[in-house]
Write a protein that binds this ligand. Structure first.
Ligand SMILES: N[C@@H](CCC(=O)N[C@@H](CS)C(=O)NCC(=O)O)C(=O)O
Length: 209
């Protein structure tokens, strides 16, 4: 059985939604961020970077949100096009873009102190991160225009990833949900019972994005 080390609303939200969508058994292990548990010796054995999430499978820890997501989608059918299918390339594009650009950029929005050497540069670093994020969301919205899901083949793990990004994007000067295409997409994903259940179990309250 899988064990998901999580903290409400953080990057663990993606694998948590996926596990519920896939209907596979798993146990949740809360990482107490307030107490700094992610930097403690026990957690560092699971992820030496001290970041959430970690998925433990048969005693073996796997870290990096996207790696966990790709692995779960490979192990259990339903959230990704088959290997070799035409939409598989788009699936890779979205999963990597959301991980490598959108989520990575959020690190500089939420943790700007990691990106400057002097506190006087903090506001500027955060403002620049916000600008990059908003531009990124505009491009994603343009790509999604006229369709229900990111992939032509239908709903996939990439849509869950985008929902998590749009949720985090509610803190930007112009929230991601202000782009109507993204708000409509988020509403579609949030209408899924497994997604609602995940949000409720994590104690996340509306408005979700
Ligand atoms: N690239 C990592 C980043 C994960 C990450 O930044 N997680 C945040 C929560 S959303 C975290 O653990 N923050 C605590 C910290 O950095 O001390 C991944 O995708 O797993």
């Amino acid at each position: 059985m899988y064990e998901l080390h999580y903290s409400p609303g953080t990057a663990s939200l993606l694998p948590h939604m996926m596990l519920r969508e896939l209907g596979v058994p798993f146990a949740l292990k809360l990482v107490d961020r307030e107490a700094g548990e992610q930097a403690g010796a026990d957690y560092l054995k699971l992820n030496p970077h001290g970041r959430i999430p970690v998925l433990v499978e048969a005693g073996k820890p796997l870290y990096e949100t996207a790696a966990i997501a790709l692995h779960l989608a490979d192990r259990h059918p339903g959230l990704a096009p088959a290997v070799g299918a035409p939409e598989r390339a788009d699936y890779y594009k979205w999963m990597v873009h959301l991980a490598n650009t959108t989520q990575a950029e959020f690190r500089s929005w939420f943790y700007p102190h990691e990106y400057v050497t002097h506190p006087s540069h903090l506001d500027s670093a955060k403002a620049a991160a916000g600008r990059r994020m908003m531009a990124n969301f505009e491009i994603i919205a343009g790509q999604l225009e006229g369709r229900d899901w990111l992939l032509a083949s239908g709903f996939s793990a990439a849509d869950l990833y985008l929902l998590m990004m749009v949720r985090w994007g509610r803190t930007l000067p112009r929230p991601a949900r202000d782009l109507p295409v993204l708000a409509a997409h988020a509403a579609r994903v949030l209408a899924r019972p497994a997604v609602r259940e995940t949000f409720e179990l994590e104690g996340l309250s509306a408005p979700y994005v």
